[in-house]
Design a protein around this ligand. Structure first.
Ligand SMILES: Cc1ncc(C[n+]2csc(CCOP(=O)(O)OP(=O)(O)O)c2C)c(N)n1
Length: 546
């Protein structure tokens, strides 16, 4: 018999969804049962719904199809909320399936009941509680469409348990891409005129270029017109960080001189980016609400285009198609000022990203670990990061070159790194996956690491153990110097822990041991765990002595 759950899963499968992440629950046994009839869908059983959710978010980012996570009602759904928030902030297609109590008990505050419309209302793009089995296929189809169009994001499908096993024919719906949208010819001509004459143009490129061919189209556009490229928050892997036209990422720690220089641009092309909080340096660059320079804002979401910053050209379009349409027909005549402009931005970026030379006497400066990893990372490595100050040297100094990938949460959530590494290696078994995580974040979702042993995933895990929630300690020291509260960590023996998981594990305490450990970690065909006794003091602000 085929059921309503078969209808749901058929639509998913027809759209290319070949993996789901779950923590089982009694409220969706019917869907789990139907999964038995979809052997081509890989089921990854996880240990916590946050871990399952982060894996689905990662898979959604890598495939650009919705990542799918399935959870139980009440407690399971509550645990999964963090992934819904991350998918929203990170603009990643995600479908969260929640098993609901039977329809007869809805809105009685029954055991583990939640009104998901209200719960997820402000963070999901769409929350839909199925009320009739005939809606299953339609709900699945709409979920995929809404998760992947406009600004991609999370969708929640709530399915009462008594609706999951009703007899229903399998639908034969297939995915169709939407037609690519690009500006009309007259607008393109105007844009080309602006690009041709600008003396100090600057592209700010974002996640829209993660689409197939996006990185190549961006590089071709920048090179053809010799336009410097800055990247939006944590999108380091969109454009080579070593390219002479690379101007830097708009993140949490840009030098003042860099933002000042960006302000001096006379044409700002914001392409494939929402130009949100961090990218715009807290809505301070460009000028709000009317930028000082000519401002072109192009992305696929009509709600975001020109939302904060009034755009001279607000273009609701595919940024990759736009980049291709803006290629010059022949070698263009470029204003001579542009070369000096690009050189100036490159100089600022290079000074900011130079590797630090610091002394640490309470452990290893984690920047040195990042440097060794950089030296040994494969040309197509995926680097998965948790939130924490240990990651700052990756953002600032690593120097990503596509097809290397930076998998890190724009939402800044802890607990993301370990599940992201699992999902990345599952998606790309042949590529190198390196996970860096702090002692705080690791204790949130580190249990998901067991999947690396179970599925023989050769991930290199590097844990920065500084005995502190250091990112917060730093803020404490800045605002309330010397008053440490709630940020010290008492830790287990991480090496023993990793060994108990069945992994090779080692601890390093001296800088001279880093390179060898990283080499061993990347050489084998099994997961490898390195605990770094990391310095806390190098990340803390210098105490005033006066
Ligand atoms: C889920 C979640 N909880 C709390 C925070 C606030 N927060 C940001 S970084 C951080 C500390 C991270 O500590 P750790 O993982 O040890 O890395 P470190 O900063 O020490 O390098 C905290 C508590 C957060 N971003 N996400």
């Amino acid at each position: 018999m085929t059921t309503s759950s078969h209808a749901l899963l058929s639509v998913f499968q027809n759209h290319g969804i070949d993996r789901v992440f779950l923590v089982p629950g009694e409220s969706y046994l019917g869907i789990m049962d139907a999964l038995c009839d979809f052997p081509a869908i890989d089921v990854v059983t996880c240990r916590h719904e946050a871990g399952a959710g982060f894996m689905a978010v990662t898979d959604g980012r890598l495939t650009r199809r919705p990542g799918v996570v399935m959870v139980s009602r009440g407690p399971g759904a509550s645990n999964a909320t963090i992934a819904v928030h991350t998918a929203q902030q990170d603009a990643i297609p995600l479908i969260l399936i929640v098993g609901q109590i039977p329809r007869a008990d809805l809105r009685r505050e029954a055991f583990q009941e939640i009104d998901y419309q209200r719960m997820y209302g402000t963070i999901a793009k769409w929350v839909f509680e199925v009320t009739d089995p005939g809606q299953m296929a339609e709900a699945a189809f709409k979920a995929i469409r809404l998760a992947t169009t406009g600004t991609p994001g999370p969708v929640v499908l709530v399915i009462p348990e008594d609706l999951q096993q009703q007899a229903l024919a399998r639908p034969h719906w297939t995915a169709r891409d939407h037609a690519v949208t690009r500006p009309d010819d007259s607008t393109l001509r105007q844009l080309l005129g602006l690009i041709e004459s600008a003396k100090r143009p600057l592209i700010v490129a974002g996640g829209g270029f993660e689409a197939a061919g996006g990185r190549e189209a961006l590089a071709a556009l920048a090179e053809a017109w010799q336009i410097p490229v800055a990247l939006s928050f944590r999108r380091h892997d969109i454009f080579s960080n070593l390219h002479p036209l690379y101007a830097g990422e708009l993140g949490l720690a840009n030098p003042k001189a860099q933002i000042q220089a960006f302000r001096e641009s006379d044409l700002l092309l914001a392409l494939g980016t929402r130009f949100g909080d961090i990218t715009s340096q807290g809505y301070s660059f460009p000028d709000l609400p009317r930028p000082a320079q000519t401002f072109v804002h192009a992305c696929g979401d009509d709600h975001m285009v020109g939302l904060h910053f009034a755009a001279d050209f607000g273009l609701v379009c595919d940024p990759v198609a736009l980049a291709r349409s803006l290629m010059p027909a022949a070698k263009p005549d470029i204003p001579p000022e542009r070369a000096a402009w690009a050189l100036r931005l490159k100089g600022i970026r290079e000074a900011h990203t130079a590797w630090p030379q610091r002394r640490a006497d309470d452990g290893i400066d984690f920047a040195q670990v990042v440097k060794r990893v950089r030296e040994q990372a494969a040309a197509d490595a995926l680097v998965c990061l948790d939130a924490g100050t240990f990651a700052a040297p990756v953002y600032r100094h690593f120097g990503f070159v596509p097809p290397q990938r930076l998998m890190s949460p724009l939402s800044g959530t802890m607990g993301y790194g370990t599940p992201a590494a699992i999902a990345s290696q599952l998606r790309f078994p042949g590529r190198q996956v390196i996970c860096m995580v702090g002692d705080g974040g690791f204790m949130m979702t580190g249990n998901e690491m067991i999947a690396a042993v179970e599925r023989k995933l050769p991930i290199l895990f590097i844990l920065a153990n500084n005995g502190s929630y250091a990112s917060i300690r730093i803020q404490q020291e800045m605002h309330y110097p010397g008053r440490v509260m709630g940020t010290n960590l008492f830790n287990p023996d991480f090496v023993q822990l990793a060994r108990a998981f069945g992994m090779q594990a080692e601890r390093i305490e001296r800088p001279e041991d880093i390179a060898g450990a990283v080499k061993r970690g990347l050489a084998g065909d099994a997961a490898h765990f390195i605990e770094v006794k990391a310095s806390l003091s190098v990340s803390l602000p210098a105490r005033r002595t006066d």
